[in-house]
Ligand binder design. Structure first.
Ligand SMILES: [Zn+2]
Length: 451
């Protein structure tokens, strides 16, 4: 049984940053105290002015196991997560094989976990044409919600849904109050990509904002019609901010995430042939990025998630630099916190903003808001200690991902994660893992024995 306290002048609580003592007992936060009582008998670790924050929650991670473990896998993904201060992930229903679109496939996913789960992990089910009758069995198994695509997903075994498929699924999800996560791009037949395949500008032009804007307009209409929790993943087009804001003002159950790479990079700075920057929707121009930041600060965008989607080098086509054919996906999980903080601090954002965007709001989407994502009495003691003033340079030697390909290579970032606690156990300290295989499977539902 763990019983100790973390003392710091910078504890990020729901009421702001303050000097506090976080008392941890038996895996939970027993209390958050302003001062140490004179009769306090637990061990106290005085961290000075290091930041104590809830562990980062990333609800958008492609772990790709079983079946494509050579792309990533639970072992390397969750190690990278611990090193980066992430304590809870939610795994996407692709690109594992099988994809998580049936209850049987979900069983295969759970069977792949023993010995490899170093953070807590929940799971999204997949919605594809023809699997309406698998929705309730997957809910019964404990998925936290469902993910659908409106354009080709990148792998043929996860086809995109039509509006008609969504019309069948959304009433069911609404009944269970589970979210539908949607990749919002509605492609047209028109081929816009012409000319030089190494050109980033050509790739950008091949996936225009209108694809996203049309898809988001459709999802807002369906969200209103079915009153089904609807979540737009990785928003890139700033042209959709207005309609999203309006839908939220009208009280629709609509939430939105964007990804670190849309906030950190800009199209103008991406060299031709550098396919480690390829993702869908694409990283857009500087003025678009500035508008995403304003929407995030204003609460129109709820939070930030990595969309970590790695692939082996041969699929990224780094040698040919062919943007049109390379795998679309950015590997970034380990740097979720420092990337966002590095960009946010330049824009006058606070540490409380970071905790809201990386801990508190993602917990709400995943249905974990009552127990994770905040430093508050009774919450799980998934905690991190980090130094926002210290910098480091991303190098291959510190990457815990399976593949050492990331657009953040050689970037100097602010924010060094020094300690990671999982349910009160110190599992990562000063670059070393001190506790592995301690993650819990997070299943939806009161009878599912949530970790
Ligand atoms: Zn994704």
């Amino acid at each position: 049984m763990t019983d100790f306290a973390l003392k710091s002048s910078q504890v990020i609580t729901p009421d702001g940053i303050r000097q506090a003592v976080v008392w941890v007992n038996n895996g939970r936060i027993a209390d958050v105290l302003s001062e140490l009582p004179s009769d306090f008998s637990s061990v106290v670790h005085d961290l000075g002015d290091k930041v104590v924050m809830a562990g980062v929650i990333d609800p958008h991670v492609h772990i790709n196991e079983p079946g494509r473990t050579d792309w990533e896998g639970f072992d390397t993904a969750t190690r990278a997560a611990l090193a980066g201060g992430l304590t809870t992930l939610v795994d996407m229903p692709l690109n594992s094989s099988p994809v998580t679109t049936t209850a049987d496939a979900f069983d295969q996913k759970l069977a792949a976990l023993p010995g490899k789960l170093h953070t807590h992990c929940g799971f999204w089910g997949g919605l594809v044409p023809g699997n309406t009758n698998e929705i309730e069995p997957l809910i019964e198994k404990g998925v936290l919600g469902f993910k659908a695509f409106l354009t080709h997903s990148g792998i043929d075994e996860f086809p995109n849904t039509s509006e008609n498929d969504l019309r069948k699924a959304m009433p069911i999800l609404a009944r269970y109050n589970l979210p539908l996560l949607v990749h919002c791009e509605l492609s047209t037949d028109e081929t816009r990509a012409t000319g030089e395949v190494r050109s980033y500008q050509n790739y950008l032009a091949s996936r225009p904002k209108e694809w996203e804007d049309n898809a988001i307009a459709l999802m807002i209409r369906l969200c209103e019609e079915f009153n089904c929790r609807t979540h737009i993943v990785h928003l890139s087009s700033a042209n959709s901010i207005e309609p999203i804001a309006r839908a939220k003002q009208n009280g629709l159950p609509l939430t939105v995430e964007t990804a670190q790479h849309y906030l950190f990079f800009e199209a103008e700075g991406i060299p031709d042939g550098q396919t480690q920057f390829k993702c869908a929707p694409p990283i857009r121009e500087r003025t678009n990025r500035n508008r995403l930041w304003e929407a995030l600060k204003g609460g129109i965008i709820d939070f930030v998630a990595t969309d970590h989607s790695p692939a082996p080098a041969e699929l990224k086509l780094l040698e040919s630099g062919n943007f049109m054919k390379a795998w679309g996906g950015i590997a970034s999980l380990q740097f979720a916190l420092p990337v966002l903080w590095t960009a946010a601090r330049q824009r006058g954002c606070t540490l409380s903003d970071i905790a809201r965007w990386l801990c508190e709001k993602p917990a709400v989407l995943a249905g974990l808001a009552g127990r994770k994502g905040k430093i508050a009495k009774g919450f799980d003691a998934d905690l991190i200690v980090w130094d926002p003033a210290e910098t480091f340079v991303v190098s291959e030697s510190i990457l815990e991902h399976k593949h050492k390909i990331t657009p953040y290579l050689n970037e100097a970032l602010y924010g060094v994660v020094e300690q990671t606690y999982l349910a009160g156990d110190l599992v990562f300290k000063q670059g070393n893992f001190s506790g592995l295989n301690m993650g819990k499977v997070l299943l939806n539902g009161p009878t599912k024995g949530q970790g």
